[in-house]
Design a protein around this ligand. Structure first.
Ligand code: DNO
Length: 352
């Protein structure tokens, strides 16, 4: 495996050079922020990003994400034109030699939390989610911009966006994903780019919106749309781990050949649909990191892993919730050490 960390480009408060100082981190998960939906990501821009990353001694291993325009998720007539643009960006990723594309198919919003400042007993700050709070959320107030959302929504905009989805249930959204993948995956194959869909976070419906990447059955259905390695998965222990019935290790085994990127993060469930994020080590939450890593080693996983979100600690100024440097650095070292320890244990065992 290769330990990576997300870097949002020049607008990131964490300098690339600091990331390069984390001993285990070799690669970067990058993005071009603020690109309009109808604009192709050019080879020149991707190569410029890549050169910057390489100048710090790191490699650019993943793009997370090229956002999928709402019109594609909604199946509107302009989707054909937008899918063509998407395909061209994928071709350009191939030309620039960037091997993995993590994307999601969540309507309107990306990852959703009801509490962006959940304070743990040690005073570190994480995000939390309460389904009860979500259900009484006043949609007319809109939503501010968050890390993963290209833009915020005023109340009016949010209500209008939700209205468009009234006719789209899980099956309709799935059909629109299938339509998209049947066109993009062949292009990705030719370009040498591995598509890796990110699970919905949280993996259940919010605001009455359809959500279709939630558990083993729904993921298998997506991977079956086109039987190609290039139609793959980002395995995210944080997103999938908040559903008690999701057996994370079994999922790693089941989707082995289609996992091209891994997000490792720990969560503590406090009810059926309530949770908060915690530090990476297993004892803090419900995700058994050692078991997952063991399974990843078993399946011979050799792709990129990132520590996903971190807590806010040591008074760090973290303008993008979850994406400060300190706790992601601690998390990545924990994961790396765990991986090395398990591999080492196996080697010693084999020699006996
Ligand atoms: C959260 C992230 C997600 C992820 C997108 C991928 O921090 O893991 O926002 O980037 O869903 O498209």
């Amino acid at each position: 495996m290769k330990m990576t960390m997300r870097w949002f480009g020049d607008g990131d408060s964490v300098p690339l050079e600091y990331i390069a100082q984390v001993p285990c981190v070799r690669g970067i998960v990058g993005t071009l922020e603020g690109m309009p939906d109808d604009q192709v990501w050019t080879v020149e821009t991707l190569l410029a990003y890549k050169s910057k990353v390489e100048a710090s001694g790191l490699s650019l291993d993943v793009i997370e994400s090229i956002p999928v325009p709402e019109a594609i998720k909604l199946g509107l007539p302009e989707r054909d034109y937008l899918i063509e643009i998407y395909c061209e960006s994928v071709r350009n990723m191939g030309r620039a030699g960037i091997p993995v594309l993590c994307y999601n198919f969540m309507p309107i919003l990306d990852w959703m939390r009801t509490d962006m400042n959940y304070i743990l007993p040690d005073q570190s700050v994480v995000t939390g989610y309460s389904h009860g709070a979500m259900q009484i959320f006043d949609l007319s107030k809109g939503l501010e911009t968050r890390v993963a959302w290209a833009k915020g929504y005023s109340g009016e905009e949010l209500l209008a966006a939700l209205k468009l989805y009234e006719a789209i249930d899980d099956n309709a959204l799935f059909d629109n994903l299938a339509y998209f993948l049947r066109r993009v995956v062949p292009v990705a194959e030719e370009a040498g780019v591995l598509m890796a869909i990110h699970p919905d976070d949280p993996p259940w419906s919010i605001m009455g919106l359809p959500r279709i990447v939630r558990d083993a059955a729904s993921i298998q259905r997506i991977l079956d749309i086109t039987d190609s390695r290039h139609n793959g998965l980002t395995f995210c222990s944080g997103s999938l781990g908040v559903w008690e019935q999701n057996d994370l290790c079994a999922m790693v085994r089941q989707f082995a050949s289609r996992i091209h990127f891994v997000h490792l993060r720990n969560v503590r469930r406090i009810g059926k649909q309530d949770f908060y994020e915690v530090a990476h080590p297993s004892e803090n939450g419900n995700v058994d990191m050692a078991a997952i890593i063991r399974m990843l080693i078993d399946i011979g996983y050799s792709g990129p892993i990132r520590p996903d979100h971190g807590r806010r600690i040591w008074n760090e100024n973290v303008p993008r919730t979850g994406y400060g440097l300190y706790d992601r650095a601690l998390g990545s070292m924990y994961l790396y050490g765990l991986w090395q320890g398990i591999e080492e244990e196996r080697r010693t065992h084999e020699q006996k």
